[in-house]
Write a protein of this length. Sequence first.
Length: 158
Amino acid sequence: MPAEATKPLLLLDVDGVLNPLSNRPPPGFRTEWIDGFEVAFTVRHARWLTELADSFELVWATTWEDSANESIGPLLRLPPLPVIHFSKERVGDTWKLNDVRTFVGDRPCVWIDDELFADAFKWADDRPAPTLAIRPAATVGMTITHFEQVCEFRDRYC
């Protein structure tokens, strides 16, 4: 089995996590125009994700899908990552949950998304595999506190 398959998954949303959804991004972010959308990114996220890639298999769990590898990844100095493709069918409050559940299977994972609701947190709590669901504020995105939570998960399960 490839080494990557033994690592826990780190599922990453873009908008609201790596790209704060705000008229004024937090300090330390720069903006870029990508495919007609203004997005804000920080090198801090690039450093964190590079560090976490040693212990996790990073996966795009974003509506950007494959274009995340073309547009978002290079801004964060990330290599191409696996991508979760989402079905058009939207079920439940956390509309990505069914596709995430299928992709993850029985692997341990951390899922960071600004659109996680009670059904996603219940799924995370009920899974036999270690699972952490993190919901950042969409206007702020992933913070040092979230990074530290992922590091605590890593230290405990990796």
